[in-house]
Ligand binder design. Structure first.
Ligand SMILES: [Zn+2]
Ligand SMILES: [Zn+2]
Length: 302
């Protein structure tokens, strides 16, 4: 641990793809990731151990594959080959994208959430395996929101657990966005608001919208600023104090997207504080000050 990464870096997505376009090279990364998991960061395998585990007869050919992977994915440490972080990230992505069997059927399943829609109807959660989405719906209002969940997330989890995972990921990813970090590619995220009034899918009213956009990868979405506020750890703690589960921050009568719960006043001057947010639960108030990228500047309990 602690060593600076060394060696070659991949310059372009195309170069990374061409290195990975080989079953043998992927098998090498899977073996080295297993060794990292079993023996800790920095653990590796010698050429002959690695070749035996991957099952390649021709050592010249195997050496060629290792040379290709040394363009950013693995490195040689003495006699051993060791996975580098980009190589481990490939393995994580492969597992996330791989259906590993679970309590869920191949068919879509639906379960009830504990939280009701503000209209009083129950909210349901469905894992839509064909689209790799978890969808939250009200029978009256239809789709409230959906979140991409790769098949690997369904492994070893019930539908209810998968719903919790989706809500935690949503909140965590939104928090990273307010910190300027893309949760998908680690690139720089820009958050802008207001980007024109939009209908809040979560609560069905007009709301100030924010746009989250990665400068590098595909990630881009719009959502009510009130819902983006839900991701702040101080807001999560406030809800927990009031006995409300994470899903209550996004859905139902107590959602931050609801005007009755959360009011937002925009400052049109050039002040660093761009939005003043007031959240009220059971006559208890939490105030937040946000900058123009929705990052938290300050919070207080008046
Ligand atoms: Zn409803
Ligand atoms: Zn990105």
């Amino acid at each position: 641990m602690g060593d600076e990464p060394s060696g070659a870096h991949l310059g372009s997505p195309e170069a990374a793809f061409s290195v990975l376009a080989s079953e043998t090279r992927l098998a090498v990364l899977l073996e080295l990731a297993t060794v990292t998991h079993e023996h800790g960061s920095g653990a590796g395998l010698t050429f002959s151990e690695l070749r035996r585990r991957v099952g390649v007869e021709d050592s010249g050919r195997f050496n060629y594959h290792l040379e290709q992977l040394q363009e950013g994915f693995i490195e040689k440490d003495g006699e051993e080959y060791v996975a580098r972080y980009p190589g481990l990230a490939v393995v994580s992505a492969v597992y996330a994208g791989t259906y590993g069997g679970s309590g869920l059927d191949e068919d879509d399943q639906t379960a009830r959430l504990e939280t009701n829609c503000p209209c009083g109807e129950p909210l349901t959660i469905t894992y839509e395996s064909g689209d790799d989405l978890v969808a939250f719906r009200c029978e009256t209002h239809g789709l409230m929101t959906s979140f991409p969940v790769p098949p690997g997330a369904a492994s070893d989890r019930s539908l209810e657990a998968l719903g919790s995972v989706a809500i935690d990921r949503m909140l965590a990813n939104m928090y990273l966005a307010t910190r300027g970090v893309c949760p998908r590619c680690w690139g720089v995220i820009d958050v802008a608001y207001p980007v024109g009034p939009t209908t809040d899918e979560l609560v069905g009213v007009e709301a100030t919208a924010a746009r989250v956009s990665c400068r590098r990868c595909w990630l881009r979405y719009e959502l009510p600023l009130g819902s983006l506020v839900a991701a702040q750890p101080v807001v999560r703690a406030f809800y927990r104090e009031h006995g409300l589960a994470p899903e209550e921050i996004l859905f139902g009568n107590n959602a931050t997207g609801r005007e009755e719960v959360c009011t937002i006043v925009l400052d049109e001057t050039d002040a660093p504080e761009r939005a003043a947010v007031t959240i009220e639960l059971d006559d208890d108030v939490l105030e937040l000050a946000l900058d123009d990228a929705a990052a938290l500047l300050d919070h207080s309990r008046p």
